[in-house]
Design a binder for this molecule. Structure first.
Ligand code: PLP
Length: 291
């Protein structure tokens, strides 16, 4: 059974959707994407995802001939066409620069291609949330303070999928990127937090990591609920000695970690503060559902 996808203003059955082979997304990974989800039909944090997408489109000099409302309508139409208006949906918005015309720089009259998927969401195993996941450190080493390219959710995702495969091969669910001096930056498809004592820590965006939407929701939850939170550089030894570790992403939400490489988190999983944040996150989801 094929679903329907949105492609440049039309919704077509997936196996009939066509994009030219000279598209720069295909040739060079020259495009952006957003992955998000709905809960019982309500798309969570759509505005924030569109804001991040449009910010990246502008910074990376894509020709923007559409606005946020256009994408929002397209997402809603795609969800509806796939009969997912009441379900939990996995949504992917893709914008490529368009058809390549010779030069590698961005200064041509490119016309971006817009593609949107909406699929029924396959839930993650319940054990991930109740017992925690294993994470490993990737062999892909990033520079300290990274490169500004990592601030954007680029189609060029090879480092991330390579790291995911390393995790899979080692029986783990996520891989984290470290610098040569063993600073923790982010997961292959998540942001990383740890708890020590009564304080929650996560690396700052000045280290050129993805400004995760869920990361931001968690920072706000902490601030609104009197949970101490600090954005500062995190060393590998901080997380292996942490009381609690968790990762965040739009599709999986907040997922506790039980083991980092061979180091197990001692104490209950999810820990006290992680449990509190997970509950507050779910009530935020429910609350936004009512609006
Ligand atoms: N960091 C990276 C590299 C990611 O790919 C993702 C999501 O896929 C995240 C962090 C989490 O971001 P968000 O909370 O916006 O899903």
């Amino acid at each position: 059974m094929f679903g329907h996808v949105f492609i440049n203003g039309k919704i077509v059955i997936e196996n009939k959707a066509k994009i030219q082979v000279r598209d720069r997304g295909f040739l060079y990974g020259d495009g952006l994407f957003e992955t998000l989800r709905s809960y019982k039909g309500f798309i969570f944090m759509l505005d924030a995802h569109l804001q991040r997408l449009f910010h990246s489109l502008k910074v990376l000099k894509y020709k923007i001939y559409f606005d946020k409302e256009y994408i929002e309508n397209a997402v809603n139409k795609t969800v509806k066409k796939n009969n997912l208006s009441a379900g939990d949906t996995y949504i992917k918005i893709i914008v490529t620069r368009g058809i390549h015309s010779g030069d590698l720089h961005f200064d041509k009259n490119y016309k971006p291609n817009i593609i949107i998927f909406a699929d029924s969401l396959t839930p993650y195993p319940e054990d991930d949330y109740t017992k925690g996941i294993n994470i490993i450190s990737s062999s892909v080493i990033r520079q300290a303070a990274g490169s500004p390219i990592y601030l954007h959710k680029l189609l060029n995702y090879f480092e991330n999928i390579f790291a995911k495969d390393e995790a899979h091969y080692k029986g783990a669910q996520e891989a984290i990127f470290l610098t040569r001096d063993r600073l923790v930056l982010e997961g292959a498809s998540s942001n990383i937090f740890f708890v020590k004592g009564n304080t929650v820590y996560t690396p700052p965006l000045t280290q050129n990591i993805l400004p995760g939407i869920t990361r931001d929701v968690v920072l706000n939850i902490c601030r609104e609920n009197g949970i101490k939170v600090r954005q500062r550089k995190i060393h590998y030894r901080d997380i292996i000695n942490a009381d609690e570790v968790f990762k965040t992403s739009s599709v999986a939400g907040i997922v506790p970690v039980r083991k980092i490489n061979r180091y197990a988190i001692t104490g209950e999983i999810p820990g006290k503060i992680t449990t509190k944040i997970m509950k507050l996150y779910l009530s935020k989801v429910e609350l936004s559902n009512l609006h």
